[in-house]
Design a protein around this ligand. Structure first.
Ligand code: ADP
Ligand code: MG
Length: 300
């Protein structure tokens, strides 16, 4: 388990994290979602003991980052943002080296298991410097997991990958997430939808939402939207006067988009209104908010 309690971080005058708190339980894949400069990397560096917070406390598997940083590091695998690797080394050589830094006894076994897990076998003949971005990310994941940590912290693990590589790395992460806590950062909505069970949205160092991905989508951030098609032209002004409707937009033909106040479900009322006005409703559709839209609502 990870607990982050009232963490604040200042770089001189710059406030990078502002009183951030959350817990993560085993079995969760949590997406830390926010625009550039939101404070994602800073938070990850604090959890992994790379930098201290200005205020607050973090514990990982019961160990405090202040009292037992070495214990914290033993329980965490970390893929930093720019994935620093020794480019002149071969993959097994590099992984053996990392395994050595943890003092692992079963080095050969662990290196082989990681190569299998991350699908590095086809590239074993190359130096790390000669690998594509996707394979370098796999090496980064392999080094992060070599000591079989309970927690994985991945800072923008999929940035810069092509669509095929992206799908492969996501698959690896989803797999790993079945047995470990995974906290990954991203500024891309779809990443959260593709991999995470929960999204913590951060903006200007503050948490602006903390929900399961499904909850986020159903949150009534701007009210519900409905797309309605009639069998003939309808007076927009009359539509606006239906109770609960706050905005009407003509889309095309006899199709209109209606925005409702808060969590009012206007479908019944709309249908009744159409009957009263002698209009025929062909379809009413409640629009699913995209996570992208939700994010914009929360961070602007
Ligand atoms: P993210 O990873 O979400 O893009 P960061 O955690 O890297 O955000 O940065 C958060 C804020 O803190 C940014 O405004 C960034 O410029 C600032 N920052 C990060 N590292 C430093 C540093 N070492 N010194 C001063 N400011 C920093
Ligand atoms: Mg970052």
């Amino acid at each position: 388990m990870i607990t982050v309690s009232n963490v604040t971080k200042r770089y001189g005058e710059q406030l990078a994290l502002d009183n951030v708190s959350f817990n993560i339980e085993p079995g969760e894949i949590v997406g830390l979602l926010g625009p550039n400069g939101a404070g994602k990397s800073t938070l990850m560096k604090i959890i992994t003991c790379f930098i201290p917070p200005s205020d607050g406390e973090v514990t990982v598997c019961g160990h405090s980052i202040f009292d037992a940083p070495q214990e914290v590091c033993r329980h965490i695998g970390y893929l930093p943002e720019h994935n620093p690797l020794y480019t002149e080394m071969y993959i097994p050589e590099f992984l053996q080296f990392i395994a050595g830094t943890y003092g692992l006894r079963n080095v050969k076994e662990r290196v082989e298991a990681m190569i299998q897990l991350t699908g590095l076998t086809p590239e074993l003949g190359k130096r790390i410097g000669a690998l594509s971005k996707g394979y370098r990310q796999r090496v980064g994941l392999a080094q992060a997991m070599i000591h079989d940590p309970e927690v994985l912290i991945l800072d923008e693990p999929t940035t810069g990958l092509d669509p095929n590589q992206l799908e492969e790395i996501r698959r690896v992460i989803r797999n790993v997430g079945k047995t470990k806590i995974v906290l990954l950062s991203t500024h891309i909505m779809q990443e959260v939808e593709a991999m995470c069970s929960r999204a913590i949205i951060i903006n200007h160092g503050k948490i602006v939402a903390d929900n399961s991905a499904t909850e986020l989508k159903s949150q009534e951030l701007s009210g519900n939207r409905y797309t309605v098609e009639f069998d003939g032209a309808v007076d927009i002004d009359k539509l606006r006067h239906i109770e609960g409707v706050i905005k009407v937009q003509h889309l095309q033909g006899h199709t209109y988009s209606l925005q409702a106040k808060g969590d009012t479900d206007i479908r019944k009322r709309l249908f009744q209104w159409a009957v009263d006005q002698h209009y025929t409703v062909l379809t009413i559709q409640k629009e699913q908010e995209s996570l992208e839209h939700v994010f914009q609502q929360l961070t602007h």
